[in-house]
Design a protein around this ligand. Structure first.
Ligand code: HEM
Length: 429
């Protein structure tokens, strides 16, 4: 812990003193999320999203464990166990299933907001590179988990989604098809593939939980960034995590649960695809195979490659799709600006909002049929995505003249300098 003024844990009751002597777990909690963790006093609501992501993971693990008690992982029984047994026979099974399916969407909404918060406020920069690298690792694990989970109900989109995604591997020259058959345990998704996906889908959330522990550990070394991006200079710049941020996170959690409940109780199928209520049929390919909404921007990048050039178009698509995420690992070194927060970087701020628009258009294209107009739009936006990270941001980070920074967080708070959120900043200019 790098803050000398952090409060020290002093057990008040004999039982806690006894536990603390044998296993200092209460001390660990106190220093991690209690009064012993000083946090910048100017965090806005975008700093709620880390805790919300943790809450979303907890919902997924709890509902997932109970669902697994009733799920039948066999090509001949999976669809009926989900759409029959769980949805109709198991007590509150419909609730568990809808909470788990919509929970995945809530998880991605929260994590995308968390990532873009980090991009806007430069939270990926030194000294927080490790937090960012672990975050990108979590994101990759989340995508693998979500993909495998979507296969489990064994509907049409489950089957054809698995067919398309495992088909990526056959793009590898020479050995691709062999790898694909080895991964699936057959020539097409069937019992063997379903069982291994189920096994990994159950395992990976716990791996994610372990990486989150490292993520939070890495966070506690430098402490949180803040909307000004200026370093904490002293005790006057921080407040203890508890009660200030436990209360603020609690409020955020309430709003999160309200929106989540709204989806589960009033529109549980809104984010799903109707074709997944049709049992998997290897002999009937759906007119449009689309993944879940949170994969759409990446799916658009995959489909943006339409002609062979040295390598087959399909392989380019696969490389670009994985490259678009792996690129994020290099971000802390691509952006060389010493100023973190985009509140003080006028050019980087414009580039940030253009990137947001670009990703939204990619998402729209990825969810639409592969008509020429969407393919062309995907090509332009995919090219811009790479241009942003590899060319525009590095140039801006060297060329731009940032606005003057406040001398401290306290000055920014008391004199209203630097705004607290992107909205405040936009209004102030
Ligand atoms: C299950 C997923 C995740 C969980 C539970 C999680 C949890 C957290 C928590 C609790 C914090 C501190 C509170 C906050 O700043 O919001 C945090 C900070 C952070 N996270 Fe995550 N995170 C997750 C995924 C990610 C991903 C995917 C990335 C980036 C690709 C990321 C990057 C960061 C960064 C850079 C910070 C430091 C922010 C700052 O101090 O300004 N996280 N995370």
């Amino acid at each position: 812990m790098s803050f000398p003024w952090a409060k020290q844990y002093e057990p008040k009751v004999p039982l806690m003193r006894w536990i603390d002597e044998k296993l200092p777990l209460p001390r660990l909690v106190y220093n991690a999320v209690g009064a012993g963790y000083p946090v910048p006093r100017n965090l806005n609501y975008f700093w709620n999203f880390g805790v919300l992501a943790g809450a979303a993971l907890a919902v997924q693990i709890i509902t997932g464990i109970v669902l697994a008690m009733h799920y039948h992982s066999a090509a001949g029984g999976a669809f009926d166990s989900v759409n029959g047994t769980i949805m109709r026979d198991v007590n509150a099974g419909w609730f568990l299933r809808y909470a788990h399916a919509n929970g995945a969407s809530m998880f991605f909404i929260v994590v995308y907001t968390h990532i873009f918060r980090g991009l806007y406020y430069g939270s990926y920069k030194a000294p927080r590179e490790m937090i960012w690298l672990l975050g990108v690792t979590i994101f990759l694990l989340m995508m693998a988990t979500a993909f495998m989970g979507y296969v489990l109900p064994w509907g049409q989109m489950s089957f054809w989604g698995a067919q398309v995604i495992t088909g990526f591997f056959s793009a590898i020259p020479g050995v691709g098809e062999t790898i694909r058959i080895w991964l699936l345990g057959g020539y097409a998704p069937d019992d063997a593939a379903l069982n291994r996906f189920f096994s990994l889908h159950y395992l990976l959330p716990f791996v994610i939980a372990a990486v989150i522990i490292l993520h939070i550990w890495a966070l506690h070394i430098p402490g949180s960034n803040n909307p000004t991006g200026v370093d904490v200079k002293g005790e006057q710049d921080t407040v203890p995590f508890h009660p200030y941020y436990t209360a603020k996170d609690g409020f955020g959690l309430g709003i999160f649960l309200l929106i989540f409940a709204g989806l589960v109780f009033f529109s549980p199928d809104y984010l799903g695809h109707p074709d997944n209520y049709i049992p998997a049929n290897p002999l009937s390919t759906p007119a449009h195979i689309v993944p879940e909404w949170y994969f759409w921007p990446f799916y658009a990048i995959l489909r943006a490659f339409t002609s062979d050039f040295i390598l087959p178009a399909k392989l380019w698509g696969v490389l670009a799709m994985f490259g678009s995420i792996l690129l994020l690992f290099f971000l802390p070194w691509l952006d060389q600006s010493p100023v973190r927060s985009n509140n003080f970087r006028p050019a980087a701020r414009i580039a940030f909002w253009v990137l947001v628009a670009d990703v939204l258009v990619l998402g729209w294209c990825g969810g639409s049929p592969a008509d020429p107009i969407y393919v062309i739009l995907s090509q332009v936006c995919a090219a811009y995505y790479f241009l942003h990270f590899l060319v525009i941001l590095p140039i801006i980070s060297r060329a731009e003249r940032p606005r003057p920074l406040p001398t401290s967080i306290t000055e920014a708070v008391l004199k209203g300098k630097g705004g607290t959120s992107p909205v405040d900043t936009a209004l102030a200019h």
